[in-house]
Design a protein around this ligand. Structure first.
Ligand SMILES: Nc1ncnc2c1ncn2[C@@H]1O[C@H](COP(=O)(O)OP(=O)(O)OP(=O)(O)O)[C@@H](O)[C@H]1O
Length: 359
């Protein structure tokens, strides 16, 4: 049977997902292959129910299997990731929080890494999952690029031992794949990678698991967001209009009827610039309080305002997040953010409970 399945997979490898050079097999879209008496059936996993290529891909698979392997009946079950996946919840993890941004380069990973360290400083047990498939930066930000997590056996299961640094348990896609090849990942593969890190990591007890999502609001985000049972999401933005417009897309995605992940609040990054030699001067180079105004408009919390400071950038570059120094002004900004996030999660959890009780 295994050989037959391999033969079928080989033939299906010739089917490329339209618009990419990747085969549907490499994209992990082909599952549950069974073949018997001239009949083959398998499952084709698409990322979203309105994928315009469902018909084309199905037809191509059918004709190739008939033509090349002589099957008379080809039955294909078409499924969509969101119908397939039950969001993962971990028994010993109290809260899973996504850190997102509508736009790239606004400092999402900087905020996620410093928030993780600041939460740990406040005494919480913290895990951080770097799911930024376009550019996993956590290994660098935590100064552990050379780490390669190993497997441990826990209760008869093989689990991945996260790297522990600065009191934070960390797993990053960057530990497992060459970042250059990660850019072509699509829905099912990306969600499998996230699933493996979340479900296959030896996290043990955590108060917070933070997930650093890739920037943007593409289909991949929908898939990732639906893979894990999130307590809430944080949206990071700079104060400029262009960034805020994308932040709105992020908020809308989380709040959409199919997703319904509570937005815990906004983080305004790069709120102002303060030169080291003039610590009391604030220069609003990206505009003043843009994210604060957006938060007010949307009825959301502003969880924190993080200034542009050279040390924040340097901390990211040299693997030593500024939040490690609680006494610095920047460290304080992240501690304040961490307090607000913890409070927001508690409050949101309480609201959810109240809603459930009254139903
Ligand atoms: N508050 C800040 N002060 C100074 N530099 C910052 C600040 N926030 C982020 N940076 C710098 O800006 C750059 C982009 O930040 P970061 O990688 O965190 O952004 P991102 O939104 O995660 O990007 P990506 O689109 O790659 O996911 C980095 O060099 C980082 O060090």
């Amino acid at each position: 049977m295994q050989e037959i399945v391999k033969e079928i997979r080989d033939v299906l490898s010739e089917v490329k997902y339209p618009g990419t050079s990747k085969s549907i097999v490499a994209l992990d879209m082909v599952q549950n292959i069974k073949a018997e008496d001239g009949k083959v059936d398998f499952r084709l996993v698409f990322q979203k129910s309105n994928d315009p290529f469902v018909g084309t891909v199905r037809k191509k698979c059918e004709s190739l299997l008939k033509e090349k392997l002589g099957y008379t009946t080809v039955e294909i079950e078409t499924v969509f990731v969101h119908d397939l996946e039950k969001p993962l919840a971990l028994e010993k993890v109290k809260h899973i929080v996504a850190v997102s941004s509508g736009k790239g380069g606004v400092g999402k990973s900087t905020v996620a890494s410093n928030l993780a360290v600041a939460l740990a400083k406040l005494g919480y047990k913290v895990g951080l999952v770097d799911a930024d498939i376009y550019g996993p930066s956590m290994p660098k930000m935590f100064g552990c690029e050379d780490a390669s997590p190993y497997m441990v056996e826990v209760g008869g299961k093989e689990l991945i031992e996260p790297v522990v640094k600065y009191g934070v348990k960390l797993l990053s896609i960057g530990f497992f794949v060459d970042p250059d090849s990660a850019t072509v990942w699509r829905g099912p593969m990306a969600s499998n990678a996230l699933k493996q890190m979340v479900e296959g990591g030896f996290w043990d007890e955590l108060d917070f698991m933070l997930i650093d999502l890739p920037p943007g609001t593409s289909d991949i985000h929908l898939t990732l967001v639906q893979t894990v049972a999130l307590s809430g999401a944080i949206v990071v933005s700079t104060p400029q209009q262009v960034a805020l417009a994308d932040a709105v897309k992020g908020i809308n995605m989380f709040e959409s009827p199919g997703i319904q992940v509570p937005v815990l609040g906004l983080v305004e990054n790069m709120s102002w610039f303060t030169p080291a030699e003039l610590p009391d001067n604030k220069y609003y180079i990206f505009g003043k309080e843009g994210a604060k105004k957006l938060a007010d408009e949307k009825g959301l919390r502003l969880l924190g305002q993080i200034p542009i400071v050279q040390s924040i950038m340097e901390g990211g570059e040299n693997g030593s997040p500024v939040a490690l120094d609680e006494d610095s002004v920047t460290g304080q900004a992240f501690i304040e953010l961490a307090r607000n996030v913890a409070h927001a999660v508690d409050e949101t959890g309480e609201t959810a409970k109240r809603v459930r009780v009254t139903k």
